[in-house]
Design a protein around this ligand. Sequence first.
Ligand code: H2U
Length: 342
Amino acid sequence: MPHRRYNPLTDSWVLVSPHRAARPWQGQVEKLPSDNRPKHDPDCYLCAGNTRANGAQNPDYPDVFVFDNDFAALLPAAESAGEGVAGSPFFRSRAERGLARVVCFSPRHDLTIPEMELSAIRKVVDLWISEYQTLGAHAFIRYVQIFENKGAIMGCSNPHPHGQIWAQENIPDEPLKKQKAQLRYWKKHARTMLSDYLQQELTLQNRVLFELDHFVAVVPFWAVWPFEAMILPRRAMARITEMTESEKSDLAEAYRRLTVMYDNLFETSFPYSAGIHQAPIDGKPHPEWHWHFVFYPPLLRSATVKKFMVGYEMLANPQRDITPEIAAEWLIKADRKHYKQY
Ligand code: H2U
């Protein structure tokens, strides 16, 4: 039966309509990008040794490579761009200082995370940690958003495996909502919300995708996207910098295993936006924060049919058809070797 589910992290609702899952689809079918990429593409601005759009040359990097985004959405200039119209509640604006970085996951143009070696993914994790520290060391940076936008369907401009990091002065809306909710929970229970949530998911076992020594992957009860998932550390940590060596390696394994499931689901390079939500860097410990890695993939029923967040979703609430429990079942069935290795 149709029902609403509550997301306690963002204080929002999703409408679930499982009975609609069988409805016929005569709408848009996406074109698949060709998957025959060379190991090195002379025209790719992220490949090792190549020249970028602004004329800078990439080094001949052997594993990971990070650089300042040449078309950064945030700039470190301290100048204020004006503060809106004085005294008016309708025309408020503020200058926002920040930095934007591009992270190449591998020199190999033809790979993606699920096809990379574990040791190579571990290097990505290590780079995220060092970037978080370096960016956070700037006095004006209070929040660092690490993310990966994968696939042409997501608007990603280049198939070379890469992610981005945007660091800024203010805490953006999504992590801010999560901060407020986690703080309320912490004040009431003196435990992180996600430690308690994780314990209950582990007891219920109907949305858990896999369990590692230090991380668990689940389709959250309140998932909005058809195959949305979350990688949660078992131990409550405010930031990725608090991970031990074995936790870092386990995170690399969780990232690989979940993205292999995704690729296997429709035997395609599975698109998504993914990112890490963690505590701000504002000199406070933030014991309420339990950092986590979220994945929002748009595909719905095949490699070519995606979910649109339009209509009711834009005007009212997100809505989904297949339940998170069914989505978890399908993903668990896809938990095997990467389909290209058969
Ligand atoms: P996508 O993840 O959307 O593909 O973005 C890649 C980023 O790379 C994008 O933010 C940057 C773009 O500004 N970029 C450079 O910094 N240098 C270039 O030569 C091209 C793209």
